[in-house]
Ligand binder design. Structure first.
Ligand SMILES: [Zn+2]
Length: 482
């Protein structure tokens, strides 16, 4: 019997009906991911299962390392099949880890493969999947179509050329693809060499001669304008915690000069500069009606030996435990007082912060936009069943689940779209059980409408992406026009 069946994760009859009648029918709006715009523009065809599934997947590397698999088979020089085989041998050892469920959900949804992956089935799975990848419709664009992805937002540096995005938009691709403005490198004054290199790139991309802070801000704003013209409607920041120290323009200008002169910027100064910029970025977002996303609290690159051996961002991150509440409250308060509070989605890496974030953002809902401040979907180490339920329960208890803008893949891989299905099944399972136990009314239309909203319609209405409308509203803008 297959592992992933129609009732996967759906433990009650009501849950099954909710999933079939409401959740499964909604398209996908993946408003935060790390897919390569180039892969989409060029409609990348994947040569084998390694390329589409294992390359760059730190979840799998971590599981393999924990299973005693040498690095040669994770990020090293082993050939693609050897690496795949090492993964296949590891899969049975991942029982109860989300990787086990994702693996079989993905094999089923992409290739119709139902067997359990292990050492004995590895060759058969490899051959079958590769055959479909090379002869079928599972190219980058084919996958977006197959999974009914209405729109997606990539993650882009302000210095990135938007030519690839423009090419996608002009191609008539049915999936709407938009950039997201992620200026993390603008804050890194502590690393003078990297900061100056990035600032020079910014100068070139904005065509501005950057000497003083004012030039730097003008260049950033020009790039923000360019992103807007390309359909971008959100920014994103990956931070340890939200920087919100008092910081005047004079102070920020002096710190900028220090960094540009390649002199040492002390940690306290760097925080002041970041605080100044975070206010500036929020103002830009507020003025244009964008949504600001904050990913807070990940402790990155913890293993220095492995960092030296194989480079950064290779699966050696963890959850951090910085205090979040005070600085985040100060940030929201300052923006609110200045009438520069944009729509915001706050993602916490640490589950300890679920209630902190949910209650804090509740204090800044200002009665203008439904769900203006959002508790972001379960992120990174939390995007498994338990973490998703924690997020849903916290939001339900402290805010309005009905206004939630829903799940994102946050993935670099084209094989991650079933994560939306995974989330939707957990959502329907939770609600179905509560309908059956009498905690929610036995009204499938009422609860079903909320499910449709969370799966797609809320995000479509909230983000305001060009030509992306809730499925209940008729399209008024031609699909291939911004
Ligand atoms: Zn991300």
């Amino acid at each position: 019997m297959a592992f992933v069946t129609e009732s996967f994760l759906l433990q009650s009859r009501t849950a099954k009906r909710l999933y079939a009648a409401y959740a499964s029918r909604q398209p996908i709006l993946d408003y935060h991911c790390h897919l390569s715009p180039r892969d989409i523009a060029e409609d990348r065809h994947f040569r084998n299962l390694f390329e589409i599934w294992l390359e760059g997947d730190h979840y799998k590397w971590r599981a393999m390392r924990a299973n005693g698999v040498p690095e040669r088979y994770c990020t090293g020089t082993a050939d693609p099949y050897e690496k795949f085989l090492a993964w296949a041998k590891t899969v049975p050892k991942t029982l109860r880890n989300v990787a086990y469920q994702w693996t079989h959900l993905e094999l089923q949804r992409y290739f119709g493969i139902d067997c359990l992956l292990d050492e004995t089935t590895a060759r058969k799975v490899w051959d079958e999947a590769n055959q479909q990848l090379t002869s079928g419709e599972l190219s980058a664009q084919g996958i977006l179509k197959k999974f009914h992805v209405k729109a997606l937002c990539t993650t882009d540096d302000p210095t990135d050329s938007l030519d690839t995005h423009k090419k996608i938009q002009e191609s008539g691709l049915e999936t709407r693809v938009f950039p997201t403005f992620r200026p993390d490198k603008a804050l890194k004054t502590e690393d003078a060499a990297a900061f100056n290199e990035w600032t020079n790139k910014l100068a070139a991309s904005a065509n501005v001669d950057i000497v003083r802070l004012g030039d730097f801000l003008r260049a950033l704003e020009l790039r923000h304008d360019e992103f807007h013209a390309c359909g971008c409607r959100s920014s994103d920041h990956g931070l340890n915690y939200c920087y919100a120290e008092p910081s005047t323009e004079t102070e920020a200008a002096a710190i900028f000069d220090t960094a540009r002169a390649r002199k040492e910027v002390r940690p306290a100064q760097a925080v002041k500069f970041s605080s100044y910029l975070m206010f500036f970025f929020a103002s830009l977002d507020a003025d244009k009606g964008w949504t600001k996303q904050l990913h807070l609290g990940a402790l990155r690159n913890t293993n220095s030996r492995m960092g030296l051996e194989i480079g950064q961002d290779a699966g050696f991150d963890s959850i951090g435990d910085w205090p979040q509440a005070e600085s985040l409250a100060r940030y929201l308060d300052r923006l609110d007082a200045a009438q520069k509070l944009p729509k915001m989605i706050l993602y916490n890496a640490n589950p300890e912060d679920n209630y902190v974030f949910a209650t804090l953002l509740g204090s800044f809902q200002d009665g203008t936009i439904p769900g203006k401040l959002q508790l972001g979907s379960a992120w990174w180490f939390l995007d498994q069943k338990e973490g998703v339920e924690w997020q849903l329960n916290t939001l339900s208890n402290c805010g309005l689940l009905s206004r939630f803008v829903g799940m994102v893949t946050d993935s670099r891989s084209f094989m991650s779209y079933p994560r939306h299905e995974y989330f939707r099944r957990i959502l329907c399972n939770l609600l179905g059980a509560e309908m059956e136990s009498g905690q929610l009314p036995p009204n499938e239309e009422l609860v079903g409408a909320m499910i449709e909203d969370i799966c797609y319609d809320n995000a479509a209405a909230y983000l305001g992406l060009p030509a992306v409308l809730p499925s209940s509203e008729p399209s008024q803008v031609p699909v291939n026009r911004l």
